[in-house]
Design a protein around this ligand. Structure first.
Ligand SMILES: Nc1nc2c(ncn2[C@@H]2O[C@H](COP(=O)(O)OP(=O)(O)O)[C@@H](O)[C@H]2O)c(=O)[nH]1
Ligand SMILES: [Mg+2]
Length: 199
């Protein structure tokens, strides 16, 4: 697959950030910019287009000029709700997701997920850190929309359980475990900043 024409990068920024006092995490500043911008910068060269999934502050997110979708399911049902709304909106065959709070995403995230998916001929590939899968870093084929819609309509919310209903491929990132370092507290902001500056 040609990732530069067939894949939409989806930035998951739809959470409540309860551990950060309910701030909008995509807009929390890190190294002088809102975190969503850090993900935009690393995602943009790896995909055909970008889509931001957010449930608040649409005026701020829309200034980046990318498509913006809210969760169709109300009540903050978790990242799978964002994935469902995104899958419905894309007009590429595939999408790759990443959370807005992961500033160490590598430049080969999308290619590795694409290679894993193609090698196994599946509709889902998911990143693996060497110990466990990291479900919010995944590639999904658009054909999964009905399955995901049905799963959520049944009241299910857990991503890994939905993955297991399908044959999914693993993309190994055990050589880059920092990919999954994510920012959930104010202390995490401080330690990520020193890591970014020390790079
Ligand atoms: N669309 C959407 N995304 C969510 C929701 N809850 C969490 N997320 C996203 O899922 C990702 C992981 O959330 P986070 O609270 O950091 O959880 P943790 O790091 O796995 O403990 C982030 O990108 C959030 O924006 C939700 O209700 N809807
Ligand atoms: Mg997180």
């Amino acid at each position: 697959m040609n990732i530069k024409t067939e894949v939409t990068g989806v930035i998951l920024a739809g959470g409540q950030a309860r551990r950060m006092g309910g701030q909008d995490k995509g807009l929390v500043m890190l190294d002088g910019k809102p975190m969503v911008e850090i993900i935009i910068d690393v995602f943009k060269p790896q995909t055909a287009k970008l889509l931001i999934n957010a449930n608040r502050n649409h005026d701020r997110y829309s200034q980046y000029g990318f498509e913006l979708v809210a969760d169709e399911l109300s009540g903050y049902c978790g990242p799978l709700a964002g994935m469902a709304s995104a899958l419905k909106s894309i007009n590429t065959d595939y999408m790759v997701t990443a959370p807005c709070d992961s500033p160490f995403i590598p430049l080969d995230l999308v290619q590795r997920l694409a290679d894993a998916l193609e090698n196994k001929s599946t509709e889902i590939s998911v990143a693996h850190d060497g110990e466990r899968i990291q479900p919010v870093f995944c590639m999904l084929k658009k054909t999964l929309l009905q399955s995901l819609t049905d799963y959520l309509a049944a009241g299910e919310r857990k991503i890994d359980r939905w993955f297991k209903q399908h044959d999914f491929a693993i993309a190994d990132f055990s050589d880059k475990p920092e990919t999954f370092d994510n920012i959930n507290t104010q202390e995490d902001v401080d330690s990520a900043l020193s890591k970014l500056r020390g790079r």
